[in-house]
Write a protein that binds this ligand. Sequence first.
Ligand code: TYD
Length: 346
Amino acid sequence: MRLLVTGGCGFIASTFLRQALGRAEVERLVNVDALTYSGRRENVRELEGDARFRNVELDICDAEGVERLVREERPDAVINFAAESHVDRSLFAARRFVRTNIEGTLCLLEAARGLQLDSGRQVKFVQVSTDEVYGDLEDDGGAFREDTPLDPRNPYSSTKAGGDLLALAFARTHGLWLVVTRASNNYGARQFPEKLIPLMITNALEDKPLPVYGDGKNVRDWLWVDDHCEGVWAALQRGQAGQVYNFGGASERENITIVKAILAELGKPESLIRFVGDRPGHDRRYAIDFSRATAQLGWRPAMQFEEGLRRTVAWYVENQAWWRPLRDASFEDYYRQHYGRLGLKA
Ligand code: TYD
């Protein structure tokens, strides 16, 4: 199989790339990444010695560049992980989210369609998305299914929903073999330290306050990144064209529980916790029903959350050279501005 993967210098797709090179059926693996603030070349450095692997610095919104690359590489499948993904950033920089998550997806769909027309053979497409497109759940039960109506509540999830709908429309109107995957919150090694778990670990390691939004009782379902990537692979191999597949971690936890577990693991005091006010439009609870993925793909999450969290904490302790440079002046600057705009206490 020849694969073209986007966003491979980021957290989730770099995990997918590492897994993919371990699979004998992968004969070519091309990574397309624009290297924005959250993408890091060193996330794929160890892959670069493999002759099957090619790294291309390219924005998925560059229609001509994408088309040229797709014609040159002639992939059997395009797997679109590239996205702007941080809800807090989307509140004040929504345009960038529209561009990458909608226009960028469109460029890839058009290029895949063009290749399919030219070559007369099927080009598969996996649109990697998020459970956040379903909106928000109450505290008292229920879980997102693939037929739950879309009800995105913030610019990030709205633009992901837009990308998903465009992708599904291309499947219907242009006969692309396409599946959409929707995962719950991922965690693991190499996640950019603006997301809850790595932010809390790295702040704690620097003895900085741990900013908890609202009452800390918002619930997310945590999915080990390797489990997620196995699911994307299973959807590519065994998915039914035109289907959506949910992936969850079967690990619903309140934010405050996670923050306390991180502090305990690091031997740091709970006095570092700061309740800072709430994120505007903060979704209360996400939970995912992944029974379709189990029934059709034979997929289920393997990692137990407390074990995954321990491994994640250990990774950030052992890989300080990876994250310390990220917490530079621009990171500090982002937080200063961000707290001001959100009206949060710093
Ligand atoms: P996040 O990692 O941003 O993912 P998402 O909003 O896409 O689920 O946030 C996870 C949860 O953690 C969410 O309920 C918001 C909360 N949170 C905080 O309490 N403090 C923080 O500094 C951040 C970044 C998130």
